[in-house]
Design a protein around this ligand. Structure first.
Ligand code: B12
Length: 214
């Protein structure tokens, strides 16, 4: 089957909220030599984004979104296992990343973590709903080059600003670069709070990281 069809099937399984089908499609696409990164980014992630639009329009409700998120996570896990290990050897920089406090959205952050690792970064993933002090503590502990924070809600976005302040207070701000991401982040927001950059997609983030760490 051609790639386009696999991507459509992947997205559809998320829209159908069908975890079994999502797993099956992930496995079968690998057997058919499809690129796992493309399957995640342009297949399953496209499905969850569409679910978001339906949720916005009141055509899907929270329980449906939760089931779809679980299906997405199951498929991504299968695809991640197939990612090339060798490309992870070269360490381009040390990154600490997490979703800010009060926010439990972690699908996009998880994809970002996986792709940063594939591209040769050492990534310390703090998970979701992470207190600001944890970011600072971990960055000190591992001597991070970059701290990335994800925020998906207007109510939790403030955590990214608090992080900038906490880093200044800890005397770390000059030593570490910061990147912000998530559905509510923008270039304007990054500038406003004094973050080094906004990463919109994994490709955009990897490109900006390469430039900023050089
Ligand atoms: C799936 C989802 C959920 C799932 C989350 C499951 C999980 N484990 O993550 C569930 C169902 C649990 C959920 C819960 C809630 N959700 Co919700 N959710 C979504 C939804 C539909 C999709 C998010 C997603 O996964 N997108 C797909 C991924 C691949 O994209 P992404 O997250 O944007 O990530 C990409 C980039 O942003 C970037 N990126 C991400 N992180 C980072 C970090 C860095 C450092 C960088 C550089 C880049 C980067 O790379 C990623 C890969 O391309 C969005 C809708 C939307 N438009 O985003 C709403 C949305 C975020 N949710 C919303 C809300 C309101 C909630 C709830 C409060 C609902 C409720 N009424 O209870 C709760 C929140 C609970 C909490 N305290 O956090 C709102 C937020 C509104 C706002 N602007 O404030 C949204 C926008 C929906 C809406 N329009 O109302 N949600």
């Amino acid at each position: 089957m051609e790639m386009k069809k696999w991507l459509e099937k992947a997205a559809q399984s998320i829209l159908d909220q069908d975890e079994e089908s999502a797993r099956e499609i992930a496995k079968k696409s690998l057997e058919d030599d499809m690129d796992p990164v493309e399957m995640i980014n342009d297949g399953f992630a496209a499905g969850i984004r569409k679910m978001g639009d339906l949720f916005d329009r009141g055509e899907v409700f929270l329980p449906g979104l939760i089931i779809a998120s679980d299906a997405m996570a199951a498929a991504v896990k299968i695809l991640e296992e197939a990612l090339p290990q060798d490309r992870r050897q070269e360490k381009l920089g040390i990154i600490v990343i997490g979703t800010v406090e009060g926010d439990i959205h972690d699908i996009g952050k998880g994809i970002m973590v996986t792709l940063l690792r594939v591209h040769g970064y050492e990534v310390h993933d703090l998970g979701r709903d992470v207190p600001i002090e944890e970011f600072v503590k971990k960055a000190q502990e591992v001597n991070a080059d970059v701290i990335g924070s994800s925020a998906m809600m207007t109510t939790t976005q403030i955590g990214q600003k608090k992080l900038e302040e906490a880093l200044k207070k800890a005397g770390l701000r000059a030593k570490v670069k910061t990147m912000v991401g998530g559905a509510v982040a923008t270039d304007h927001w990054a500038k406003r709070i004094g973050a080094d950059f906004f990463g919109e997609t994994p490709a955009d983030t990897i490109d900006k990281l390469r430039r900023i760490l050089n």
